[in-house]
Design a binder for this molecule. Structure first.
Ligand SMILES: NC(=O)c1ccc[n+]([C@@H]2O[C@H](COP(=O)([O-])OP(=O)(O)OC[C@H]3O[C@@H](n4cnc5c(N)ncnc54)[C@H](OP(=O)(O)O)[C@@H]3O)[C@@H](O)[C@H]2O)c1
Length: 292
């Protein structure tokens, strides 16, 4: 019999890919976007799960506006922390496994090696604090939650979602005559949403729980990532390197937040392919999405 899964936040970049991948692997899937179930409503979450005999519950919903969160920290905390508590409590009632996603921003960026799961956390702002609190809520109420930290998510869903993603932002900027300035002193692990979904489901299928990092492979600065994007897209806009001193944002961000996938790989899960190859796949998937 196929396993029964639920996806909350199903209309986001990751949610779309989780639903697609679960269906391909013959899970029975129910997906809810915010209009169907708002995860900040404890009764709505509890009712939704009580009426569906789920074995695995994926939370792809998140408040991801890192800079806006500095003005409205309560809004970020409601979605990223207290709503995870709602999900954890509801999962405990129906004995379902919660699979929750967190961020590289739980770290302060002082490291000079890709972060491993054992590294101490030190969030630098309201968004990051709210995401760390979400991890803690998932782990506080559940013995076998799977918490996956990831970084710079981009997927074809970003073409249509309100928040978009870095690739779509770069393509939009390339359409204007102005030079594009991107920070070269911030390094991360941009992660392709379909691969994040499939590697996470690999962990679930092996019945693995705990804390895992799934980041997009070799560490790369946002400037170098922008370069790769324009190469893959066959575009030649004027791209200039800047740095955090020149390009100030309301929220502090870790300068270095690359994630190590070593624990995931030790668990028998395939490594992620190089970013250059992933971007080729992104542009193929994007072209298909544009045609639909
Ligand atoms: N995107 C990144 O660069 C990044 C980096 C590190 C970690 N992550 C983490 O990776 C996960 C997936 O991110 P993503 O890129 O797929 O995000 P996304 O594209 O912004 O999708 C988030 C989804 O959550 C929904 N949502 C927000 N509040 C909700 C609520 N109260 N109830 C139900 N749904 C709600 C949003 O709906 P609306 O559109 O209606 O708001 C949206 O569909 C998240 O946990 C995120 O924190 C992302």
């Amino acid at each position: 019999m196929s396993r029964r899964a639920v996806v909350f936040g199903a209309a986001g970049q990751l949610g779309i890919e989780l639903v697609r991948e679960l269906q391909q692997r013959r899970f029975t899937v129910v997906s809810w976007d915010r209009s169907k179930v708002d995860i900040t409503d404890p009764a709505a979450v509890e009712n939704a799960l009580a009426n569906y005999d789920a074995e695995i519950v994926f939370n792809a919903a998140a408040y991801n506006q890192v800079d806006v969160a500095e003005k409205e920290p309560q809004a970020a905390f409601q979605v990223n922390a207290l709503a995870v508590r709602n999900l954890a409590l509801a999962c405990r009632q129906v004995d379902a496994q919660l699979v929750h996603f967190s961020t590289d921003y739980v770290f302060d960026g002082a490291a000079r090696h890709p972060y491993v799961e054992e590294d101490p956390t030190h969030p630098l702002g309201a968004y990051a604090v709210s995401k760390l609190a979400g991890e803690l809520y998932a782990q506080a109420y559940l013995d076998r939650a799977l918490v996956v930290r990831t970084s710079g998510v981009f997927g074809p869903g970003g073409l249509t979602t309100a928040r978009g993603n870095f690739v779509e932002l770069m393509l939009r900027l390339a359409g204007s005559p102005n030079p594009i300035r991107v920070v070269e002193d911030h390094v991360a692990s941009p992660t392709f949403a379909p691969l994040l979904a499939s590697r996470t489901i690999d962990l679930v299928e092996r019945d693995i729980s705990g804390l895992f990092h799934i980041g997009g492979g070799a560490p790369i600065s946002w400037f170098q990532f922008a370069r790769l994007i324009f190469e893959a897209a066959g575009l030649k806009p004027t791209l200039l390197a800047t740095n955090e001193r020149e390009y100030r944002t309301p929220a502090r961000r870790p300068k270095y937040s690359a994630l190590s996938n070593a624990k995931m790989e030790r668990s028998g899960i395939a490594p992620l392919p190089p970013l250059r190859d992933v971007l080729t796949t992104y542009f193929e998937a994007r072209a298909a999405a544009v045609q639909r």
